[in-house]
Design a protein around this ligand. Structure first.
Ligand SMILES: [Zn+2]
Length: 63
């Protein structure tokens, strides 16, 4: 079973990806063991495009 070493918990094989990405979005490096081995994933800078699009929407409301 896939294991998240950040939490020291075991996850479903289709849930570990979501869980791993949640760590990455929080700016954490996450270490996961799967059938294929143990992998270290760097943090994602993924929140930046979201906050930019929200700013764009706010701008369009103003004259
Ligand atoms: Zn975790």
């Amino acid at each position: 079973m896939p294991t998240c070493h950040n939490c020291d918990r075991v996850y479903e094989s289709n849930g570990i990806t979501r869980h791993r990405m949640a760590h990455q979005r929080r700016g954490e490096t996450v270490i996961v063991t799967m059938r294929s081995g143990t992998w270290e994933y760097p943090p994602l800078p993924a929140t930046q495009p979201d906050s930019t699009s929200i700013t764009d929407a706010d701008k369009s409301d103003e004259p």
